[in-house]
Design a protein around this ligand. Sequence first.
Ligand code: PNS
Length: 158
Amino acid sequence: MKRAVCPGSFDPITYGHLDIIERASAHFDQVVVAVLENRTKASLFTVAERIEMIRETTSKFSNVIVDSWSGLLVDYCKTNSVQAIVKGLRAVTDFDYELQMAQVNLQSGIETMFMATAPAHSFLSSSLVKELAHYGGDVSSMVPINVNTALKAQVARK
Ligand code: PNS
């Protein structure tokens, strides 16, 4: 079975992530969306909340499953027989960071495949969505409805 992982912090999942997940699912037998810790970022949602939002929005894809992992991504891949990491590249600003991670992960024998983000999502990031939502901005074109509702609830709670 050809299995790929789409890793990320998904805090929260956006239409940009979903586009990559859907397109990756056309090229692999199974795609695992894995919520991992990014030690450089503080998170708004718990891992359980993020997983629930991802499950709700990816349930329409029959070969996509959702998981989480605390540790190195390459260890996740080895433990779960994942052959490839799939990541979206939005712009040249993503490239340095992503190339560095891909090369480090390649040292452990795990390939990374980059997919060009659809132009409609090239500016989109979870950080931008959180910033807009924090100040009451409209993010309905950037995230699925369940994520929009969760963001509004989080903002109201603070
Ligand atoms: O959505 P993000 O925050 O850009 O995703 C980054 C993530 C979570 C995929 C990356 O930080 C990661 O792989 N973390 C797990 C720990 C790890 O393997 N680090 C080494 C990468 S060289």
